[in-house]
Design a protein around this ligand. Structure first.
Ligand code: NAD
Length: 257
């Protein structure tokens, strides 16, 4: 028996990285998964692969730019068309840009806010009524290590991730009576395309995290997917409104050795 048997979960940013691993794990645990992204080729290929591996009707891809209100309405309609209901949401899509605050163009700050923060808000607003209509369920928002502390060079991003924790807490309070639990995951450094920009030497990155992170390595997206599964399943039935750090101990403090 899977931990998500009978569930239908929409995952944003599901074409690659953490969202892809969440989609793979959730489907393996019995969920029908709606893969939403703007990377159509990768998203469609993943949906096809999951259908071939786990049975026709396991996954459906839908194009969804999370920053666009109209896209959400269409994605919800497509998901219900494919699977009849939605009772889980993972707000995972996000973008990162490196810039000092004093050099950040307004357009860049607004773009990051629109995707990361407004995207998560639109997701909650669009999908919560569907989850309620399905009898209850879960929402998992993707914040970050930078939701709980500062990091030079990612001011706009960190601001949106702090905001996601605010959204998570308020949504948990407002939706509890509707049987919807809302939590957030706060990953440290995770090995995905986002954390491996072009031109960065992988050996130098590995060396960096060996020093920075108490567990001595970067995290893997499969590890984040297991936390998202926990928060989307009955294993977390008495948990709502909380941030969950998954960072190899990075946020615990300064290591001396
Ligand atoms: P990634 O870049 O590999 O994947 C992000 C996915 O989101 C991509 O498939 C991308 O196409 C999609 N996306 C981007 N903009 C979108 C939009 N407007 N609409 C729909 N989809 C969109 O990154 P990842 O590391 O897998 O990141 C997943 C989440 O985890 C993000 O919210 C990110 O901020 C967060 N996070 C990542 C790390 C890390 O180190 N990788 C750390 C902390 C938090």
């Amino acid at each position: 028996m899977g931990k998500l048997d009978g569930r239908v979960v929409l995952i944003t940013g599901a074409a690659r990285g953490q969202g892809e691993q969440e989609a793979r794990l959730f489907a393996a645990e019995g969920a029908k998964v709606v893969l939403a992204d703007v990377l159509d080729d990768q998203g469609e290929a993943l949906a096809k692969e999951l259908d071939e591996e786990l049975g026709e009707g396991t996954a459906a891809y839908v194009r969804l730019d999370v920053s666009r209100e109209a896209d959400w309405a269409a994605a919800v309609a497509a998901a219900k068309d494919a699977f009849g209901k939605i009772d889980g949401l993972v707000n995972n899509a996000g973008i990162l840009r490196f810039n000092e605050l004093v050099s950040t163009p307004l357009e860049e700050f607004q773009l990051i806010t629109q995707v990361n923060q407004v995207g998560a808000f639109l997701g909650i607003r669009s999908v919560a009524p569907e989850i309620e209509a399905a009898g209850g369920g879960t929402i998992v928002n993707t914040a970050s290590y930078t939701a709980l502390t500062g990091m030079a060079g990612v001011g706009a991003y960190a601001a949106t991730k702090h905001a996601i924790l605010g959204l998570t807490r308020v949504a948990a309070l407002e939706l509890a009576a509707r049987k919807i639990r809302v939590n957030a995951i706060c990953p440290g450094a995770v090995d995905t395309p986002m954390s491996n920009p072009d031109g960065v030497d992988p050996d130098a990155v590995a060396e960096l995290y060996k020093k920075l992170v108490p567990l001595g390595r970067i995290g893997q997206p499969e590890e984040v997917a297991r936390l998202a599964l926990f928060l989307s399943s009955e294993d977390s039935s008495y948990i709502t409104g909380q941030p969950f750090v998954i960072d190899g101990g990075w946020l615990a403090g300064v290591g001396l050795f």
